[in-house]
Design a protein around this ligand. Structure first.
Ligand SMILES: Cc1ncc(C[n+]2csc(CCOP(=O)(O)OP(=O)(O)O)c2C)c(N)n1
Ligand code: SF4
Ligand SMILES: [Mg+2]
Length: 294
């Protein structure tokens, strides 16, 4: 990991535009935690690439200083995968919402995990579509009355932690907006991790989700690291934990495992990042191919 030799000031990660999120939105805490994580890792802004989809949460790259793309709804993981393969010396961080990542973008999410691409995905999970003013999302709880489910949501919510565990992610964590230092450690751990990292973050939408509020989470969340004997290397235990929901809800690192990444095993990347390799094909290879096709 390319890092600066001295501690960098936090202000260098501050974007050119101030966030326009509603006062109290959990996303402020996530942005702060990302800045703290970058500072903790001494990451130069030129080595950071932040990609998002569409949603309130997906506006984050505009509020952060680094390279960034505010892409299409549900396509952040696909774009990030391409960027990482083009230049795998970059730290590629994806930020977005539950609708963006677990709804329209779900297929990309699953395939990136099974490939164990070296990406860090921070999902600001507010269990609602915030930007479009309060429709049910894939993580909206059963029975929740929203604009699109006025008689109560009849669908079972996606369980992002369990999904990530069975799909091949090698760093699976959950954080809470407002627990900024804890969240910054989880994000720093995800960026440092060699492989696909999911950090699902409870980031309450104070305007459109009046059930899963900051207070609701503060009353229920506990840290896995305070659980005696919890071992994040044990996939089966992590999977069992991922179903704990209700009176007690775990946050922290569920699972961590060091495995070869897609980039490690892709022959085309053996000679370094593609962006630093010559565009032209070697003469011998060209002639070999011509020979074969004739
Ligand atoms: C292809 C496409 N379909 C639908 C939309 C409308 N749309 C914009 S944001 C969004 C959902 C956002 O929810 P989420 O990802 O949870 O982000 P939040 O606003 O809650 O942070 C939708 C459906 C769109 N922009 N593009
Ligand atoms: S609508 Fe909800 S998610 Fe969007 S900025 Fe406001 S509080 Fe945040
Ligand atoms: Mg949302």
């Amino acid at each position: 990991m390319a890092t600066a030799t001295v501690e960098l000031p936090l202000e260098i990660y501050k974007g050119p535009v101030d966030p326009d999120w509603c006062p109290g939105c959990g996303d402020f805490g996530v942005l702060r935690a990302l800045e703290l994580a970058a500072q903790k890792l001494r990451l130069p802004t030129k080595d950071l690439f932040v990609v998002s989809g569409i949603g309130c949460s997906s506006n984050l790259p505009g509020f952060f200083h680094g390279y960034g793309v505010h892409s299409l709804h549900g396509r952040a993981v696909a774009l990030a995968s391409g960027a990482k393969l083009a230049n795998h010396s970059l730290h590629v961080v994806i930020t977005g919402g539950d609708g963006d990542g677990y709804g329209i973008g779900l297929n990309h999410f699953i395939h990136a995990m099974r490939r164990n691409l070296d990406l860090t995905y921070i999902v600001m999970n507010n269990q609602i579509y915030g930007l479009t003013t309060g429709q049910a999302s894939p993580t909206t709880e059963k029975g929740h009355k929203t604009k699109s489910t006025p008689r109560g949501n009849v669908e079972m919510p996606v369980n992002p932690i369990a999904l990530a565990l069975v799909s091949g992610a090698t760093y699976v964590a959950r954080g809470l907006a407002g627990e900024n230092k804890h969240l910054a450690d989880l994000i720093a751990g995800g960026i440092r991790h060699h492989g696909f990292a999911l950090i699902d973050v409870f980031s309450p939408c104070v305007t459109y989700n009046k059930i899963n509020t900051h207070q609701w989470f503060r009353q229920r969340c506990y840290k896995l690291e305070t659980e005696p004997g919890y071992n994040p290397a044990d996939l089966e235990v992590a999977l069992r934990k991922s179903f704990e929901w209700g009176v007690r809800i775990p946050i922290g690192v569920f699972y961590r495992s060091e495995q070869l990444t897609y980039e490690d095993t892709e022959p085309a990347l053996k000679n370094g990042p593609l962006v630093r390799q010559p565009l032209a094909m070697a003469r011998e290879l060209f002639e070999e191919l011509m020979e074969e096709f004739y």
